[in-house]
Write a protein that binds this ligand. Structure first.
Ligand code: C2O
Ligand code: CU
Length: 461
């Protein structure tokens, strides 16, 4: 390799830059963290929510308007909050000048409502979807999924959260005062050009676009003011490609209480947590031992300050986190099932494949019976350069990780997942069951890999 004179091919360069990602700038903490609004439904009878994809402009920097996309606003979207058991209607409208789709990441709903690339809405079109919420309390999200355009549309600002509440979540006594001690954190990195625009084509990297500016909930240089109490952070890695390892600047531990699709059985104490694109984790940080003079922040593994906390000297007794949160289990039967689907992830840049093939809308790659558990084995085949982590996601289901290279997953991944980070050379077994019928995507959630065809389709019948 001759990197010194910069004459290497583009693919080589993009691969290198991905393994050695641009560093993020520290948050200077001058802006209060934006808390996304919770969307009210319009009609109690049918529980109708309105979601509009729009173009707009957003002020991230004084004196500059950045052209952005958003749901019901100029950047990101509201939180759609629903209860298990409810029948929900969402009126989705495309007010963009481009086509789009509305995908509900992590929701177990019928294929025709899932919002994959088949459910395209042209500019000006709208569609109502209806489904029954039939899964446990969790933090999910929604984003566009038009063929080949997901990465650009998410990058420009299309993403929002979905909260599911159920009886269990209501009874656990966890911090749940929205925006006070129950805080959503949509973590994204962007690259602003000289004019403070998000020029996707300029920033684009075929192996995943990486930025140097961090936005949390669309806030540049955020800080969060908290009371002297336990605070629940619902973290979504909403970045196109960047992986984060979250830690506290004090080195203190925190507890994780939930994975992508529900609560862990019991709180797991951690010093750091890694999230790849589209993964979520709910963690609880105990601020009762700090006061207003404390210097504490959420940082990345390289010590970059992501979110400094300002602490109110107001001691609030927030009680204990219950020892038992859920009854998730991998059964012996699931452990003993033979592998029935094998997937091999390989390649880089725009040559990424699954089982040697790139995405084709007209091709169904697998079929599976509704309600029947199958074992999917996913292998991340290394390349000459070593390869990279692929966050593997399946639509329309929450799955269980059975094993990683034959070994039980770490305690904090023994819960419902819809995305799993697969290291180069790793082989992962998943127990996958679909509650509904339809055609569902599975793909790498590095959004440029998804757009470049590291995606396939399973038909559930
Ligand atoms: Cu987060 Cu195919 O999606
Ligand atoms: Cu990938």
């Amino acid at each position: 390799m001759q990197m010194e004179d910069g004459t290497e091919g583009d693919m080589e360069n993009s691969h290198m830059s991905h393994n050695d990602p641009l560093t993020l700038n520290d948050s200077t903490g001058e802006n209060d963290l934006i808390i996304p609004p919770v969307l009210e439904h319009e009609d109690d009878e049918g529980i109708v929510y309105n979601i509009e994809a729009q173009e707009g402009s957003t002020q991230f920097f004084d004196g500059y308007q950045t052209e952005t996309y958003g749901y019901n606003g100029s950047f990101l979207g509201p939180v759609i909050r629903v209860n298990r058991g409810q029948t929900v209607k969402i009126r989705t409208s495309n007010k963009l000048s481009d086509e789009t789709t509305f995908h509900w990441h992590g929701l177990e709903l019928p294929g025709e409502a899932d919002g994959g690339p088949h459910q395209n809405l042209k500019s000006g079109e709208s569609r109502i979807i209806e489904f029954k919420v039939d899964q446990e309390a969790s933090t999910l999200w929604f984003h566009p999924h038009p063929e080949g355009k997901t990465s650009e549309q998410v990058y420009k600002g299309l993403a929002g959260l979905i909260y599911i509440d159920d009886e269990n979540s209501g009874n656990l006594g966890l911090p749940s005062d929205y925006g006070v001690n129950d805080i959503p954190l949509i973590i994204q990195d962007k690259k602003f050009d000289d004019q403070k625009q998000l020029n996707y084509q300029e920033a684009k990297n075929e192996d995943g676009t990486i930025g140097d500016a961090l936005l949390i909930n669309g806030t540049l240089n955020p800080k969060l003011t908290v009371n002297n109490e336990k605070v629940r952070l619902r973290i979504l890695n909403g970045s196109n490609a960047r992986n984060y390892t979250f830690k506290l600047s004090t080195g203190n531990s925190f507890v994780q209480i939930a994975t992508d699709g529900g609560f862990l059985n019991k709180p797991v104490t951690l010093n750091e947590i890694k999230l790849t694109p589209s993964e979520r984790a709910e963690i609880i940080v105990d601020f009762s031992g700090y006061d207003s003079s404390s210097d504490v922040a959420l940082i990345n593994e390289d010590e970059t300050i992501l979110l400094p906390f300002a602490i109110n000297n107001q001691l609030i007794d927030s009680g204990n986190i219950p020892e038992s949160l859920n009854d998730f289990a991998v059964t012996d039967e699931e452990r003993n099932l033979p592998v029935s689907k094998k997937l091999e992830l390989f390649g880089m840049g725009n040559m990424v494949t699954i089982n040697g093939k790139q995405f084709d809308m007209e091709r169904i790659d697998f079929t599976q019976k509704q309600g029947v558990t199958e074992i999917w084995e996913i292998y991340n085949k290394p390349d000459m350069m070593g390869g990279m982590i692929h966050p593997f996601h399946i639509h329309g289901t929450q799955f269980k990780i059975i094993s990683i290279d034959g070994i039980e997953p770490p305690e904090n991944e023994q819960g419902w997942k819809d995305t799993v980070a697969i290291q180069p050379g790793e082989k992962i077994k998943l127990a996958v069951k679909f509650k509904n019928k339809g055609i569902y995507m599975f793909h790498c959630h590095v959004l440029e890999h998804e757009d470049n065809g590291m995606m396939g389709q399973v038909k559930v019948e």
